[in-house]
Structure formats: C-alpha cells, structure tokens
Design a protein around this ligand. Structure first.
Ligand code: KIV
Length: 277
C-alpha cells in the first residue's frame, strides 16, 4: 500500500503535537528514494545543489533550469515525503509576477509541492502573492547563502540584539504572509528558541541548535559524501566518501590485476535487469 503523502498542513500539526520534523536535501531520484523509504518527512531540493553537486563555490550561479531538472528527478524518486524546491537567486527578486511564474514552473513542471525562498520583510510581497495564488512557501531566515557576497561569508547571523529583533520581526511577517514553515540557518540556539516560540508555524533549524520544531541537513554532509569541508554543526551518520574511495581503489586494482570479471562469470545474469544494451 502506498504511504500517505506528507502535506504542508501535516507539518503544522506536528508542531502542534510537539513532534519534531526531519528534513534532508536530495538532488536525484536514487537519494530521494532511499531517504523517502527511510521515512523522511520533507525532501528539500536545495540550491546547495550548486555547491555539492554542480561544483560551484556558492549557490549564486544556480539557475531555474538547474532547479527544475533536479526537482523533477527528486519527485520521480519520492512517494511519501513533501518535496520542497528552492527558488534560486534572482528567480523571485526581480518582480512578483516573475516570482509567480518561476514558482509555478517548479510546481507544474518540476512537481514540487512547495517552494522555499530566502529573506523576510524584503520579500514579503512575493510570499503573500505566491500564497494567494496557491503556492505553499517555506521561508528562510538567518544566514541567507544567496547573499553570501553581501554578508561577507558563511558566518553565524543574529548575534547582536538589533539583528535578533529584525529576525523575530521577519519571522512574524513570514507567518502573517502565509508561509507554512521557516528555515532558520546558522543563528544562536537561544535566538532560534525565541523565534520558534514567536511563531505558530514550524521552524526547521540548520546550525541553529536543538530548539527548532525540526532539523534539516544537506544529505551529502550527513552522509559524509562531501568531505572537502564539514560544517561544525553537522553530524556525519556515515562516511560514504571513504567507502566510495575504498571501493574505487578495490575495483581499479581488481581490473588491473585481471581479477574482475572472474573467469567463467556470466556477462549478464539471465533474466536480470541490465543497463547494457
Ligand atoms: O539549499 C539548501 O540546502 C538549504 C538548506 C541548507 C536549508 O537551503
């Protein structure tokens, strides 16, 4: 029997019941299928795609076409989780009508159930309009990676009282505009706690301590797949980079030594699926 899909309204209900929300990023169908079957509540097709898959230094160069492509393939691998697609830099800031068109494409062509965009009161008219036309919006406050060149790096945010006030006002504005949830990135744990108490929609933290209504991590970080740099708040639940490197070495040695394929082993097993023609 197919599992009942997670809806945006289910997340609000989880907050009401005091149950935590588990969210991870995914960028392809295989990862989506594995994490979906593991029971993840939300799969975010994050624009972190730019850094962990496409090889950029920041999320800034990611395009709407990149997001559409990866959203489609994540959706194809997902049966139960709520799939949220990130709106990339400058896909929602130029005008409200462009934002509606782009968010609409992520839903209609990409198959996402909701979009996420960065910012508070600066983008509130866009959030209101998207919600008005039936597009569920997840907000994103604290460290805004699309503004990395403006803030001067991937630093902790809301460390001064004026910034904390601003963040709380932005969170309240997002809730009033109809956002169904808010990501809080790289802010002090006590500020995340205050923001979580300040709004009735669920907060999802990353580098924001344990008091949020849910947690999100970049899948490649928590799987130990992207190990060039491990953010201090990440817990590695596996070390897939080591596993892949070791498997790669073993395969290369086997091929070079003539140990693979073994003499007498079938080229393809009869009746089995094969990727070769
Ligand atoms: O793009 C992304 O992966 C994100 C998460 C870090 C929340 O926005």
């Amino acid at each position: 029997m197919q599992a009942k899909p997670v809806r945006t309204t289910d997340l609000k209900e989880l907050k009401r019941r005091g149950e935590k929300i588990a969210m991870l990023t995914a960028y392809d169908a295989t990862m989506a299928r594995l994490l979906d079957r593991a029971g993840i509540d939300v799969l975010l097709v994050g624009d972190s795609l730019g850094m962990v898959v496409l090889g950029y230094d920041t999320t800034v160069p990611v395009t709407l076409d990149d997001m559409l492509h990866h959203t489609r393939i994540v959706v194809r691998g997902t049966e139960r989780a709520l799939v949220v697609a990130d709106m990339p830099f400058l896909s929602y800031q130029v005008s409200t009508s462009e934002a509606v068109r782009n968010a609409g494409r992520l839903m209609k062509e990409g198959g996402a159930a909701a979009v996420k965009l960065e910012g508070g009161r600066a983008v509130i008219d866009v959030v209101k309009r998207l919600v008005d036309v039936g597009i569920p919006v997840m907000g994103h406050l604290g460290l805004l990676p699309q503004s990395v060149h403006q803030v001067g790096g991937f630093h902790k945010q809301a460390t001064r009282p004026a910034e904390v006030e601003r963040l709380l006002a932005d969170a309240a504005a997002l809730e009033a505009a109809g956002a169904f949830s808010i990501v809080l990135e790289s802010i002090p744990s006590e500020v995340a706690k205050a923001a979580t108490a300040h709004v009735s929609v669920p907060t999802i933290g990353i580098g924001a301590g344990p008091h949020c209504d849910g947690q999100v991590l970049v899948c490649s970080d928590m799987l130990g797949l992207f190990d060039d740099f491990v953010p201090p708040f990440v817990k590695q639940y596996a070390r897939l980079a080591d596993t892949i490197r070791d498997a790669g070495h073993a395969y290369i040695e086997d091929v070079r030594a003539g140990r693979f394929p073994e003499a007498g082993s079938p080229a393809t097993a009869p009746g089995n699926k094969t990727r070769t023609a």
